[in-house]
Design a protein around this ligand. Structure first.
Ligand SMILES: [Zn+2]
Length: 425
């Protein structure tokens, strides 16, 4: 039985790798083909210079060829963690060094899970360092320094322990104490926890990494206030963030629920855009708020969570699963194995979630076009964002369908034009 489990896992693990690899290669080929033909998409033709287009191609190719290596590396790391005897070693080590007085199954469990988390983050460090200080620096995007980079990592670790440890403790305790239906209890707890995090994150955690300020006064602010009023969004929830501290990439996002909801604009975005374009981006973000996209996304995530926990509850007493990886049966080993092994299974949910997210993006664009009374500023904002961020103008359609949480700029502009001709012409 253990061999069967390992066999199934390895087949799916390899399949996931092959799919990722093929998609990436298709994308690389598509970009090269477009470069040779100088096939700049219609909407961009007089908006991007030859030099900038060439730069965007190089940036895309640099990231894609690095992805080949990082994929292989990441998989070797997971493989070593699962089959290299690291998990049993860590499990035994914790039991041996933990003072008797602290050795409850929950505390051992929390330490085990955090230990695996630390191993995974350390293992991913070289990849992360190279993409930040190698690729991003080469194309002029990286603005972070090594001290700031490691300070961020340290803060992440502290947060991981402060928030992760109590969270894991409660989950492990529920698994042990609430009997056969522990997964329902765990579901209730995790859902409440996620809900709290959505409220806590923008107000307490994000400010630890960035400065958030009210928008500076001026025409943009006045027009944003008017727009917020018109839509019924509390203008006190609109913030400017010092994204330029770490990267020249520009962005905007909507986050939080209830009183904690916020629209965050990167300072880099404000610098790069005209007032009309900035307002369009804001109208788009308000569209996410108006159409309750965060809530809808949460409902889907809850559904996935409850199914996942149910499956975990079936596996937690299944001894061959543990034997297959040289571990003693325990709740914490089940949690870690489940999260390490589930990747090749849940991999297929990614494109489905992206499909939903892309639907939300179209809806928010549509909302922006209607609110502003025409689609032009949104369209220009998208072109501007794409060019300034050197985004791939010609992704392969399978690659984007699989990986993109946003429709491609060409798809979005196409959809906006359709609305425009149908409604405002
Ligand atoms: Zn959006």
């Amino acid at each position: 039985m253990p061999n069967l489990i390992i066999g199934i896992f390895l087949i799916l693990f390899t399949l996931e790798f092959v799919i990722e690899f093929i998609l990436n290669e298709l994308n690389i080929r598509q970009v090269r083909k477009s470069r040779t033909a100088q096939a700049v998409p219609e909407f961009f033709q007089d908006k991007i210079s030859g030099d900038v287009y060439e730069q965007s191609v190089r940036y895309t190719l640099a990231k894609a060829s690095f992805q080949r290596w990082s994929e292989v590396y990441g998989r070797i790391m997971i493989f070593l963690l699962l089959f290299g005897g690291i998990l049993p070693l860590l499990d035994n080590l914790i039991i041996r060094i933990l003072p008797q007085i602290l050795s409850s199954s929950q505390i051992t469990g929390v330490l085990f899970c955090l230990g695996v988390g630390v191993i995974l983050s350390v293992a991913s460090l070289p990849i992360d360092l190279y993409s930040t200080f190698g690729i991003e620096s080469r194309f002029g995007f990286n603005k972070t320094t090594l001290p700031l980079y490691f300070l961020d990592k340290l803060k992440g670790l502290i947060l991981g322990v402060l928030i992760g440890a109590p969270f894991l403790f409660v989950v492990l305790w529920l698994m042990q104490a609430t009997g056969e239906y522990w997964w329902l209890w765990a579901f209730v707890f995790v859902t409440i926890f996620q809900f709290l995090m959505i409220i806590i994150f923008p107000t307490f955690i994000a400010p630890w990494f960035n400065r958030f300020e009210p928008l500076p006064s001026g025409e943009l602010r006045d027009r944003i206030m008017a727009l917020a009023n018109q839509i019924g969004f509390k203008a006190s929830g609109i913030f400017l963030m010092d994204g330029s501290k770490r990267s020249a990439h520009s962005n905007a996002y909507f986050t939080g629920i209830g009183k904690a909801k916020r629209i965050v604009l990167f300072d880099t975005l404000i610098e790069q855009m005209t007032i009309d374009q900035g307002l369009a981006v804001l109208a788009h973000e308000m569209g996410h708020y108006k159409m309750k996209h965060i809530r809808r996304m949460m409902v889907v995530q809850c559904a996935i969570l409850i199914v996942g926990l149910y499956i975990l509850s079936r596996l937690v007493n299944y001894e061959p699963l543990f034997t297959a990886f040289g571990l003693q049966p325990s709740n914490h080993a089940a949690l870690v194995l489940f999260s390490l092994l589930s990747g090749p299974f849940t991999f297929y949910l990614g494109p489905l979630m992206n499909l939903l997210s892309r639907k939300h993006e179209y809806e928010a664009d549509r909302f922006a076009a209607f609110t502003l009374g025409n689609g032009k500023p949104m369209e220009e904002a998208l072109i501007n964002l794409t060019v300034k961020n050197l985004s791939n103008l010609t992704p392969h359609r399978w690659y984007s369908a699989y990986h993109y949480s946003h429709p491609t700029p060409t798809e979005r502009i196409g959809a906006i034009r359709q609305i425009t001709t149908a409604n405002f012409a």
